[in-house]
Ligand binder design. Structure first.
Ligand SMILES: *[C@@H]1O[C@H](CO)[C@@H](O)[C@H](O)[C@H]1NC(C)=O
Ligand SMILES: *[C@@H]1O[C@H](CO)[C@@H](O)[C@H](O)[C@H]1NC(C)=O
Length: 183
């Protein structure tokens, strides 16, 4: 069960593409390094042409200072509005306040990934009074979905078997005869 759950969580995490950069989390973030881009981390993610995709630029800021921080995406040095003149690629800004700090998240949302996106350097830019930062992410075509489909199928199968096993045990334990035995 744990294994199949772990597999499912791993798949979800890789699909969502919004995980935090492990590298930057290793260093403790001091206030002099704020604002700090937590994701992306100059990496490459996989996507299928024709599928939906969201890439979240996650920035850690100090509490109450998010107003002065500008966060936006560039596609090969062009603004997103210019890159996709339709609404195929859009940016959505969200601010979240938590006890440890404020987060600014700017989602780059693709209603449909196209082949031309695979040649673009998508850069998240953070401009504040203290500093300017940027991190890029490339999208590459997902090589083969066969392997991940097999993993999903196995995970589902294992879960189904386990669930039916427990259901069977549960039903059996409700049965008066076996109830007596169990006692
Ligand atoms: C974006 O830049 C890359 C090189 O960095 C180039 O290969 C690609 O053709 C460019 N794409 C567009 C649409 O300008
Ligand atoms: C990511 O790339 C940018 C240039 O696009 C560079 O300025 C920055 O230092 C890089 N960051 C890391 C963590 O590699």
């Amino acid at each position: 069960m744990t294994v199949s759950l772990a597999v499912i969580i791993f798949i979800c995490a890789s699909i969502s593409g919004s995980k935090v950069c492990a590298l930057s989390m290793q260093h403790s973030i001091t206030s002099e390094h704020i604002p700090q881009i937590l994701y992306p981390c100059n990496n490459t993610i996989e996507a299928l042409a024709g599928s939906k995709l969201e890439i979240t630029c996650k920035v850690l800021a100090e509490l109450h200072t998010t107003v002065e921080i500008l966060v936006y995406w560039l596609a090969n040095h062009s603004y997103i509005e210019d890159y996709s003149n339709s609404s195929r690629v859009t940016e959505i800004r969200i601010e979240r306040r938590e006890t440890e700090g404020s987060y600014i998240e700017v989602k780059l949302s693709f209603s449909e990934v196209r082949k031309k996106d695979f040649e673009i350097n998508f850069v998240c830019v953070v401009l504040s009074e203290e500093m300017d930062q940027e991190r890029f992410v490339f999208i590459k075509p997902a090589v083969s979905n066969v392997a991940s489909h097999i993993v999903v199928a196995v995970a589902v199968l294992v879960s189904v078997i386990l669930v039916s096993k427990y259901t069977y045990k549960f039903l059996k334990s409700k049965h008066p005869l076996s109830y007596e035995i169990l006692k």
